[in-house]
Design a protein around this ligand. Structure first.
Ligand SMILES: CC(C)(COP(=O)(O)OP(=O)(O)OC[C@H]1O[C@@H](n2cnc3c(N)ncnc32)[C@H](O)[C@@H]1OP(=O)(O)O)[C@@H](O)C(=O)NCCC(=O)NCCS
Length: 321
């Protein structure tokens, strides 16, 4: 392995870091041309770097850049405090030993209970390097061309699909905990704090009057048995901005109706509506530990292009000072 040294990021490293970032973004597109075109020239990369957050660079003996890593502290209801490196938050130069990551990681990340990084789904070498640092898969981010997805699906007896409308607030509020309650159980064991459930209930009620979103309800008679919400997407952290993409953001079927074709029917309706609205691409994401969503979305035609990896520090490590 080449000898290298680690330095705190400073503006004098801005140019080589922006160049390496642009290169990494171009490589991403070369390996995964499915992504809608974004901007990957060094000036875009330079703008990404304008966001202040702690970072480090690894330099070879001749001063050339081997890699960089940025991470920032975030705090929210579900995750609590976590240190996160975004999709554009790290890169290694071609041919650089992935073990350089261990030094970059150990310098930037600290004693915070959750560590998160984003890694291209096809980059087995990088995934392997992060797995060796104690990380595991948590979230898959996927994309599909709407033209490649089915816009018609077999009917489900006595189930109709329609757009949500003003007056559907209670129906939507009632459907709001479906994903969270499923994912609070085995084998996802995600948190679903009461305050979070209250917040999403309010958000779901608002979908009834959201003029921008495509909100679909599946009804058996008067009873709602499933829903999906699709939102226009102006940017994606990995490759925005763009104008022709939509995000299939949330969707669920009530437990007793799963596996009967409701989700497939909702998705086909959504595809048809999104195509009519002029969208060409659709993004979605799922917890890799959720066995229902992680088999359902790929079966519909979504291909993962990015993973979020997580490492949780033990209480012992956190107590250590
Ligand atoms: C993921 C989810 C939305 C799928 O909805 P669903 O209504 O169960 O989906 P469907 O019944 O259309 O399809 C589920 C599977 O059953 C199959 N299926 C559909 N009708 C069937 C039938 N009559 N007989 C046998 N299998 C059938 C489908 O082909 C599908 O398998 P595939 O994905 O391998 O193609 C649902 O499982 C759910 O609500 N999960 C909990 C919440 C959640 O995880 N939401 C997603 C968050 S990202």
């Amino acid at each position: 392995m080449k000898r290298y040294s680690i330095h705190a990021y400073e503006s004098r490293f801005g140019e080589p870091v922006a160049r390496l970032l642009a290169e990494a973004r171009r490589e991403r597109r070369r390996l995964f041309p499915m992504l809608p075109s974004g901007l990957d020239d060094p000036s875009t990369a330079g703008r990404i770097l304008e966001r202040a957050r702690p970072g480090v660079v690894a330099l070879a003996e001749d001063g050339s850049l081997c890699g960089f890593l940025f991470a920032e502290l975030r705090d929210d209801l579900i995750w609590g405090p976590s240190l996160v490196s975004d999709p554009d938050g790290w890169a290694l130069a071609p041919g650089i030993d992935a073990r350089v990551l261990a030094r970059l990681y150990g310098t930037v990340f600290g004693r915070v209970s959750e560590h998160r990084v984003h890694v291209s789904a096809w980059d087995r070498t990088a995934l392997d390097a992060w797995f060796h640092l104690g990380f595991g898969l948590e979230q898959a981010y996927a994309v599909a061309r709407l033209d490649d997805l089915e816009a018609e699906a077999p009917p489900v007896a006595d189930v109709t699909i329609r757009r949500a409308k003003p007056g559907d607030e209670d129906i939507l509020g009632g459907l709001s905990p479906l994903i969270a309650t499923m994912q609070a159980g085995a084998p996802v064991w995600a948190g679903a704090p009461a305050q979070y459930l209250t917040e999403i209930r309010e958000g779901f009620r608002g979908l009834a009057t959201d003029a921008e979103a495509i909100v679909l309800l599946a009804l058996r008679g008067e009873r709602a048995v499933g829903y999906q919400a699709w939102f226009p997407m102006e940017a994606h952290p990995i490759d925005g901005p763009f104008t022709n993409a939509v995000e299939l953001s949330v969707g669920a079927t009530v437990p007793g109706e799963r596996g009967t074709g409701v989700g497939r029917l909702l998705t086909a309706h959504g595809v048809s509506e999104a195509r009519k609205a002029g969208f060409a691409w659709c993004f979605t994401d799922w917890r890799t530990t959720n066995p229902l969503s992680s088999s359902f979305w790929p079966a519909r035609g979504f291909q993962p292009f990015l993973y979020r990896l997580t490492r949780r520090l033990s209480p012992l490590a956190l107590a250590e000072r």
